[in-house]
Ligand binder design. Structure first.
Ligand code: SF4
Ligand code: SF4
Length: 320
């Protein structure tokens, strides 16, 4: 039986909501099928006050083993590095994080705030927030670049705003059942099994992307959201069109642009007015290209695509 503790720092609880909606496996399956002992979780934890404090102290002292330490939300350092703005069980949350990360077999950061600081760490970052092992793209974060959990892995980052429910539970099950060593992580410590392909992989609008046919309104069924509406699908690593949301759909399938929420820079352009859901261009060419495509290649490709575009690409082919 693996002991799991889930704590929450500077967060909106979005990843908790996501976790509770997991289906394959569900949060209940973790307990009944995979023998995970959820010691405490912000929405499920039974212990309060002194009892909770005793349990945390027992984990820190090693009296009780901590197999999986899950952290959701940013680590808050304000004011002046004290962390007093985010207290939990009698002390700054950041002190608990430092102590628990030392004794955990695996440390897992869930969601953008825990991985890279997310929205709380966006300039001017008043809460002096950071992620467990990154601040945006910069390696280090609260635990420092050299941190490794007892099992020898750095923080396992499962980003997203929020992370997809099943990414969370599948990673938790992998480490709880002794397969943590099989996980390969990318340069941002994201499990490659989820974060090697792009949001665009499997998007139903790929034909429209190829022929440079643009969607001009949210929810429009034809057209690609890259050219006008700021879709970041071609440069965002996520399986959102392979592992569907609610097993049904995805943002881009429903006609909403991908905002790149699994990348360290999210939210892009620091949410400056006019930058959200709007493709940023220089002389008519997108500032951010599909990953690996250069400007000259993009211009050639789109000119050819536009010239070759068939008539049906401009029609709503989803009408039956
Ligand atoms: S809508 Fe986005 S993800 Fe889909 S094809 Fe267009 S750019 Fe790619
Ligand atoms: S489609 Fe993009 S913004 Fe939406 S959840 Fe996936 S990676 Fe995040």
């Amino acid at each position: 039986m693996a002991n799991l503790l889930w704590l929450q720092g500077g967060a909106c609880s979005g990843n908790t909501m996501s976790f509770l909606n997991a289906e394959e496996p569900s949060a209940c399956d973790l307990v009944t099928d995979f023998g995970i002992n959820v010691l405490w979780h912000p929405s499920l934890g039974m212990e309060l006050g002194e009892n909770l404090r005793k349990m945390l102290d027992a984990l820190v002292s090693g009296e009780m083993p901590l197999d999986i330490f899950v952290f959701e939300g940013s680590v808050i350092n304000a004011p002046n590095g004290t962390g007093q703005w985010n207290r939990f069980a009698g002390r700054p949350m950041k002190d608990w994080v430092a102590d628990l990360a030392k004794v955990a077999n695996y440390t897992v950061a869930i969601g953008d705030c825990a991985t890279w600081g997310g929205i709380p760490a966006t300039a001017p970052n008043p809460s002096d927030s950071e992620g467990l092992q990154f601040l945006k793209r910069k390696h280090g974060g609260f635990l420092g670049g050299g941190y490794k959990s007892k099992a020898g892995l750095p923080v396992i980052n499962v980003p997203g705003c929020p992370a997809h429910p099943d990414w969370i539970t599948q990673i938790v099950v992998a480490v709880a059942t002794g397969r943590g060593g099989d996980l390969t992580l990318d340069e941002f410590q994201r499990p490659k099994t989820f974060f090697t392909s792009f949001t665009q992989t499997g998007c139903t609008r790929n034909m429209h992307f190829a022929y440079k046919v643009s969607a001009t309104e949210y929810g429009q069924r034809k057209g690609c959201l890259f050219y006008d509406l700021g879709c970041r699908g071609p440069m965002t690593h996520s399986p959102c069109n392979r592992i569907l949301w609610n097993r049904q759909s995805s943002k881009t399938r429903a006609g909403m642009p991908c905002m790149g929420c699994t990348e360290p820079e999210f939210p892009f352009f620091d949410l400056m007015p006019g930058t959200v859901f709007k493709t940023q261009t220089v002389m008519g060419v997108p500032k951010d290209m599909p990953l690996g495509v250069d400007k000259a290649g993009y211009i050639k490709l789109t000119a050819a695509a536009k010239a070759a575009s068939p008539a049906w690409a401009e029609e709503d082919i989803f009408v039956v």
